[in-house]
Design a protein around this ligand. Structure first.
Ligand SMILES: Nc1ncnc2c1ncn2[C@@H]1O[C@H](COP(=O)(O)OP(=O)(O)OP(=O)(O)O)[C@@H](O)[C@H]1O
Ligand SMILES: [Mg+2]
Length: 324
């Protein structure tokens, strides 16, 4: 048995822009929920696709139950900081006064790093929260839909930077807690989503290297998303080739598709080229990154709605640790 993602507390879903992070994060939430877990799906930046998937508006920084035992929280750094200050001072009014201070706002608008620190701090807080009237965690699992890479890993890097700057006081201890959470293999798992294409695969390789070598984070699954499978087996392909060379058959096809009889064959060839590319990069992922890999097929019509996400959840559940 390989890694069990559902035994962790926080799954970070990372990857290049547009590769399917939100889709995979939502699918992981369903897969975990269907195992009986109460899941919080955290968004670091608000995405239209999250709202499309759950077919509803999701306000900023408001825990929103989008389906049974799936809550979405879109982190908004100013609101998170306000909450943090309130928790530290234990007086709501004072927090408001501080947060409305113009000088502080000026400072916050120019200071680097605090947004990332407060974002990870909020994730720490979420995993630390207890359910009402109980010692059980409020959420069994937190799935984090991370921003696209580039600045996507920076929010994970900032706590270690701050650890070296803040050398005393309560914040030092808190930053150390956050950093310990990120690097603890019992708690956190960083996963990457890629497409079977050149740029996303290269970026995934360097992202995983950064995660391991610089962030010292435990790394888990590589989701190869939108992978293409052949539509026809070899025998049907040969029949197609024969058909192309059969003038009588082509005449009959032209009766049905007067303008596009040849187009049918080029559509098939395009699809084959797509499959070949997909297979090439899937092999590259196997070779350069290695297991555990979860392959997710390209779903039609190319935009994955709630039912599509549930289908992806099933595929993920069936394929976790298949090659471990
Ligand atoms: N397996 C798939 N088959 C077909 N379409 C897919 C698949 N996975 C994702 N998509 C579609 O691709 C688009 C991008 O997916 P998604 O929003 O999940 O990517 P993302 O990595 O979160 O993007 P961003 O970096 O912009 O946040 C969406 O329209 C989604 O429905
Ligand atoms: Mg997204």
């Amino acid at each position: 048995m390989g890694i069990d993602p559902f035994e962790k507390r926080i799954l970070f879903i990372t990857g290049k822009g547009g590769v399917g992070k939100t889709t995979v994060a939502a699918a992981m939430a369903y897969a975990a929920r269907d195992r009986g877990l109460n899941v919080c799906l955290v968004e670091v930046t608000p995405s239209p696709n999250m709202r499309m998937i759950f077919e509803q508006d999701i306000p900023l920084y408001k825990e929103t139950e989008v389906d049974r035992n799936i809550t979405v929280l879109t982190i908004e750094p100013f609101r998170a900081l306000h909450e943090y200050v309130g928790l530290q001072l234990k007086i709501g009014g004072a927090a408001r006064l501080i947060m409305n201070n113009r000088l502080l706002n000026y400072f916050l608008n120019t200071a680097p790093g605090w947004r990332e620190l407060i974002t990870v701090g909020k994730i720490w807080h979420l995993q630390d929260m207890k359910a009402k009237w109980s010692k059980k965690p409020r959420f069994d699992l937190i799935v984090v839909d991370s921003p696209a890479t580039g600045h996507g890993l920076s929010f994970l890097k900032v706590p270690s930077v701050f650890m070296n700057i803040i050398k005393m006081g309560r914040m030092q201890g808190q930053t150390a807690d956050v950093q310990a959470m990120l690097t603890d293999p019992a708690i956190s798992l960083l996963n990457v989503v890629t497409l079977p294409e050149e740029m996303p695969v290269n970026e995934s390789i360097s992202l995983l290297n950064t995660a391991r070598d610089e962030l010292h984070m435990p790394t888990g699954f590589t989701f190869v998303n939108s992978a293409y499978s052949p539509l026809f087996d070899e025998a049907s392909r040969e029949s197609f080739e024969k058909l192309k060379e059969d003038p009588e058959a082509m005449e009959r096809l032209k009766e049905v598709f007067p303008d596009n009889a040849r187009g049918l064959f080029s559509a098939l060839e395009n699809r084959q080229a797509r499959v070949a590319q997909s297979q090439y990069y899937e092999n590259l992922v196997r070779e350069k990154i290695g297991p555990p890999i979860v392959r997710i097929p390209h779903l039609y019509p190319g935009r994955v709605d709630k039912d599509g996400v549930k289908k992806v959840a099933e595929i993920i559940s069936q394929n976790l640790n298949k090659d471990a």
